[in-house]
Design a protein around this ligand. Sequence first.
Ligand SMILES: *Cc1c(COP(=O)(O)O)cnc(C)c1O
Length: 364
Amino acid sequence: MINVTRSSMPSFEEYTEEIKDLWDSHWLTNQGVKHRQLQADLEAYLNCPHVTLYTNGHLALENMLAAYDFPKGSEVITTPFTFVSTTHAITRNGLVPVFCDVNDRDYTIDTDKLEALITDKTVAIMPVHVYGNLCDVETIDTIAKRHGLRVFYDAAHAFAVEYKGVSSACFGDASMFSFHATKVFNTIEGGAVCYADDALVEKLDDMKNFGLHGEEGRYIAGNAKMNEFQAAMGICNLRHLDAEIARRKTAADRYRERLSGVPGIRLCAPQKDVKPNYAYFPVVFDGYRYSRDEIFDRLKAVDVTARKYFYPITNSFDCYRDFPTAGADKTPVAAYIADRVLCLPLFAGLETADVDRICDVILG
Ligand SMILES: *Cc1c(COP(=O)(O)O)cnc(C)c1O
């Protein structure tokens, strides 16, 4: 049986060695020694001035937006071709998601359609580096500056991706990573906000701890702290990350070799000047002799689980039906791709023989 993903883990011995001191200190959470070390390790790895850690990526996204105190009802331009966490993070902050379509090349926000959606209520753009494909960060930056908007990236898929040698952590006002078990780099559950603004450090640290600053209650906020066991997992996994990405590359290259040039099968082209992380292997079945759903079922029949990701798109969710810009028809490219895309299994340690078995089913 092959699942769509399999979490990267250090050896049992490496992890137990890493958590051993916790039995001496009895310090399990609240900015402990592992938390501080992982934060420093990540700031170095990403070459990013500030990294704030969270118990999961979603709360990182919510806190990132909350820190800017936008007036309720302000609009945030985003895309529906994402995991619903992106959209919920906006809405749960009392802000209104405005859905922009994606482009047909890498399924990130279509910068040609972005500016038309800006109104006097728009405060920010929240694009998504889908599948680890980087958004057009330069054009987004230009548009944002022209209109005085903030830019927050949902970079959940893009850990370790670089553009012209600069980490994906360093674009926009802030970027969020998810360290969920299914992501390229995991802390079991976990997440981070990465940013350059020194003034945000204290605020984000307070906000993830009930808004408390010492005894002073500064903000109305929840609890989103990463604990020591999560941080220890991250410290271990980070040591092996580059090797794990290299193993993912081997599998991804094999898929590409087998599936590229097949009529009716579309693959994302490697992006110019981008160092990829091989997080996902999305395939779009567009006029192929089997539909996406047929391929999904044929794989399922031989115990291979692929994932219809992202399907459905978030502007077609019931809970967003009554929002002014909802409706999949308003984002036709996203709707079209969502009906045809399938993410094939991809993880470090996926054997070439397994990739071949999957490709045989698709091409058979
Ligand atoms: C995984 C993911 C999230 C949420 O992260 P969690 O760590 O699972 O809370 C948000 N956005 C996208 C695009 C994701 O893939």
